[in-house]
Design a protein around this ligand. Structure first.
Ligand code: DI6
Length: 410
């Protein structure tokens, strides 16, 4: 008899992240893979035959836990230089906003990123990406936003696509031309917004290098009206939008994002009730970024209880960037999401699997379910809550991407 599946995992507990049980858990489970997709998931006792007849390769999980491959749905992992000097300044009392207004912050990374070659950007991001991959991350979002001129933004987006070609990870890109006003447009912000709408967005759309359009709606960045203009242009070009909203103040960015059917509104420390209601009505995902909250020593916290009550999907991400979140671990975000934001460990894990997939508009991953991509992570843990419990360390024992083992038991 010819085997029906390419491989079959047995002796494994499954956190499917479906909603029938906590973590969608199936104890003593089995998972079959065919052509890079999950072909069968269930209790081992219900397998439709003997494992060695069902699959070409039978993999013993050794009683470990398996989850969907992790998804980091908000990163700025591509950049030139670093900003540890700003960290020192903040510890001496300067605020993130003060540093930004004095010409540091995002625009200082813009100078270093413009000066870097595409190959240098890829090399730097690869170094930072490797710890994420070792932790079971199989999909990552990468933003531009440190180029702020068309050529440099396209360089970043090309470099992001290259990461996905070189490394065992799916890369989703976001064009973030509206991250900050570049130095050469200081005092001429409306002209920069006009440039984004008239030239940058159409060229980015033509290039096919961006999967979505992002912006930073904030006192130190772009106004609500400017963000609306950028979103109108992006939407007319057929690009989905998302927004950095309510990070440092409540400008109503999340409600605006929801009005444009945004995939997500991200940060949200200062989100008010209207924003929560608008996001719930639109199905816009709340992407929470505890690494920035921690690193900037913010005292305001996103309104998690209100988001939960309203049924807003909650995702968690690293926000890896040189200014507000020099974070190289998505697992650490699970811990911080629980401790700082009071998520449950199950919500935290859903935030980097099921809900993160939704934040990226990806219906083909984020769960262990038949028909979805076989992107899987296997863990040396007692139970799934342990992923949010340990601080530091890496219990990831194996990673499968698109049906292929990319990290195996040592
Ligand atoms: N908010 C953030 O936390 C990052 N971008 C944004 O809009 C910070 C990026 C940086 O400081 O380089």
């Amino acid at each position: 008899m010819t085997a029906i599946w390419d491989s079959l995992w047995v002796d494994i507990d499954l956190a499917t992240m479906q909603t029938h049980a906590p973590y969608g858990a199936i104890h003593d489970g089995a998972l079959g893979i065919k052509d890079g997709r999950i072909a069968w998931v269930g209790p081992r006792a219900q397998l439709p035959g003997a494992p060695d007849r069902l699959a070409d390769a039978v993999i013993e999980g050794g009683g470990r836990w398996m989850t969907p491959g992790l998804i980091d749905c908000h990163t700025h992992i591509l950049f030139g230089g670093e900003r540890s000097r700003e960290f020192e300044l903040r510890l001496e009392g300067a605020s993130y906003e003060e540093i930004a207004r004095a010409g540091g912050g995002i625009v200082s990374t813009v100078a270093a990123t413009r000066a870097a070659s595409e190959a240098e950007l890829v090399a730097g991001a690869t170094r930072r990406l490797k710890p994420f991959l070792a932790e079971g991350v199989t999909t990552i979002e990468v933003k531009s936003g440190y180029g702020l001129d068309l050529e440099s933004e396209l360089k970043m987006l090309r470099a992001a696509r290259r990461l996905g070609e070189m490394l065992p990870v799916s890369v989703r890109t976001s064009f973030l031309g509206a991250h900050a006003v570049p130095q050469e447009f200081q005092g001429r912000q409306p002209e920069y917004v006009a440039l984004i709408c008239r030239e940058m967005l159409p060229a980015v759309a033509r290039s096919g290098l961006a999967d979505a359009v992002d912006g930073f709606c904030e006192g130190i960045a772009f106004t609500l009206d400017e963000t609306a203009r950028i979103f109108e242009t992006a939407t007319a070009l057929g690009l989905r939008v998302k927004l950095h909203a309510e990070q440092l103040s409540d400008l109503g960015g999340a409600a605006l994002a929801a009005r444009f059917g945004a995939l997500s509104a991200d940060h949200l420390e200062c989100l008010g009730e209207d924003g929560v209601a608008a996001m719930a009505a639109a199905g816009t995902v709340a992407v929470l970024l505890p690494g920035a909250n921690y690193f900037l020593a913010e005292t305001r916290r996103p309104p998690v209880a209100a988001l939960r009550r309203a049924g807003v999907p909650i995702a968690l991400a690293s926000n890896c960037n040189p200014g507000s979140a020099p974070v190289l671990s998505l697992l650490l975000m699970l811990s911080m999401g629980c401790t700082l934001f009071r998520l449950t460990p199950e919500e935290a894990l859903a935030g980097v699997t099921r809900q993160a997939a939704r934040a990226l508009g990806l219906a083909d991953r984020g769960l262990l379910a038949p028909g979805l991509r076989a992107d899987l992570a296997v863990w040396d843990i007692e139970g799934p809550a342990a992923l949010a419990y340990w601080i530091g360390g890496n219990p990831c024992a194996a990673v499968v991407r698109n049906g292929t083992v990319v990290k195996s038991f040592s």
